[in-house]
Design a protein around this ligand. Sequence first.
Ligand SMILES: [Zn+2]
Length: 172
Amino acid sequence: MFSGKTTWLLNYEKTLPKGTYELFKPTIDTRYSVHEYVSHDGHRLPAHNLSVKDPIFKLNPNIQTILIDELNFFDPKVITPVLKEQLKLGKTIIVAGLLYDFAKNPFGATLSLSQKADKFIQLFARCDRCGKRASESYRKTTSQEQFLLGAQDVYGASCKRCWAILSRTSEK
Ligand SMILES: [Zn+2]
């Protein structure tokens, strides 16, 4: 959370020639807009929806690069074969996602695909409690549902040391 992964993805997108890439996000994500992509820092660009249950790419032949954010919302069993098919067609695939959920369980397809990727970049946020490098995310509400969506009102970032304290506080 707040590690700048979406900003990283959008900055990468700026380096690609127009008309050669498409950005996708899971259809479960309707926080801000269905047809437009908005990162936490307010950067906007069009995004195509990709069904988490049945992801299908309908790409015109000029598309060389597929960008996907919130990879954590896809089941690895569902998304992995679909991405493999696109790799066989010669497409470059750039994805961003959370590795772990608030309970430190692997979150969707991110962890398993990070191990298969040619290149893997891990980004870190700052801990809400002590300001050190954060590797964890904790939930500020008491809901235990893994797919709860939200921005700063729902999630926070913490280091390993503060995670237990912040998680305990959030359960009160
Ligand atoms: Zn800390």
